[in-house]
Unconditional design. Structure first.
Length: 319
């Protein structure tokens, strides 16, 4: 057995998690202790909380934890930037501080923290990315369950290979973090990115628990935003579908035009076909608006990226 003991950084995005932070820190520090006792990780391994602009006592608690134990580190955003930005900031933060691998986990510890040991084992035996896969979605509402499954199926159909039931619970190596730095896009969709880079990836199944305390910080609008960003940043297939659809529509219109002229000249029965006219009008009108919407989403994506605003703004950092 080699003597290599990687420094593991655990990244924890938090948004108004005052009810969870303390016990989460305690449990994760315990995991670090267990793994370092087993000589699987360095005793310099640490936790890195990213406070995504909480308005409650979350940051205060993180500061107290840091003062009591320097292995608890943290970063505070100036305002809420969303879970993906908090994760990216976490990965960038631990890369700067220094680590050999980083695991991201939710502040409510819905993911089974004991799977981290398996993550580390797979990393030690050569994987650059270890993706956590949920065993079931029993803790999710029916709506979230079905919409999530539909989203992952759609993403795969569109060409972005994301495993079903993957979440942001994963281990990434320093190498993967270095590669992430080479992707300048501001709205990086992590689930797509890490499955796309081509690094050696392993999968680990884990159980999902109910939320420890507090309420879910994700609502329908946020989930929709995440899904649309995932699609528009990882696939241009919808645009291609729109062009193909446009081509088919043009062809069909041409045939209908021919038929109309034929009726007018040879059959002299043009007043007929009122229903057909209305139907076609609605049909094509609908498709056109829909296509405009799809194109609009991509224009929006380009617009956001072109502005190149910072991904997030730091307020304080505890290293
Ligand atoms: N989160 C965040 N910023 C947000 C929303 C959520 O950093 O704007 C964090 C949240 O604190 C938690 C993780 O993202 O650690 C997952 O959120 P949550 O558990 O509320 O989502 P769910 O499990 O219901 O999908
Ligand atoms: Mg949760």
């Amino acid at each position: 057995m080699s003597e290599f003991k990687p420094i593991l950084a655990i990244v924890i995005p938090c948004f108004n998690e005052e009810l969870c932070v303390n016990s989460t820190a305690e449990k994760l520090l315990e995991i670090l202790r267990i793994l370092s006792d087993k000589n699987k990780i360095s005793e310099k391994s640490y936790l890195y909380f990213v406070d995504d602009g909480s308005t409650d006592k979350t940051w205060q608690i993180i500061e107290e934890l840091h003062n009591a134990n320097p292995l608890v580190k943290g970063l505070k955003f100036i305002r809420n930037f969303g879970n993906q930005k908090a994760l990216i900031a976490g990965y960038e933060g631990v890369r700067d501080i220094g680590c050999d691998c980083a695991v991201s986990i939710d502040a409510d510890l819905q993911q089974d923290e004991f799977a981290i040991e398996t993550f580390v084992d797979k990393f030690t035996s050569g994987a650059d990315i270890v993706s956590g896969i949920r065993n079931s979605r029993d803790t999710d509402t029916f709506f979230k369950k079905t919409s999530a499954v539909m989203f992952y199926k759609l993403m795969n159909m569109l060409g972005a290979k994301i495993p079903l039931n993957h979440s942001d619970y994963r281990l990434v190596s320093k190498r993967a973090l270095d590669i992430m730095e080479m992707y300048p896009e501001k709205y990086l969709f992590l689930r797509g990115f890490f499955n796309d880079v081509g690094l050696k990836t392993e999968y680990v199944n884990f159980d999902v628990k109910p939320r420890m305390a507090g309420e879910s910080k994700f609502n329908f609008v946020k989930l929709m935003g995440l899904a649309l960003n995932g699609i528009t940043s990882f696939s241009v297939v919808p645009l291609r579908i729109v062009s193909i659809l446009g081509f088919i529509m043009a062809f069909v219109s041409f045939l209908i035009g021919l038929e109309t002229i034929f009726e007018k000249i040879f059959l002299h029965n043009t007043p007929n076909g009122w229903a057909t006219t209305i139907l076609l009008l609605c049909f094509f009108g609908g498709i056109q608006i829909c296509c405009l919407g799809v194109i609009g989403e991509y224009v929006g994506q380009v617009y956001r990226e072109v502005k190149a605003r910072p991904r997030y703004i730091k307020e304080t950092e505890l290293k």
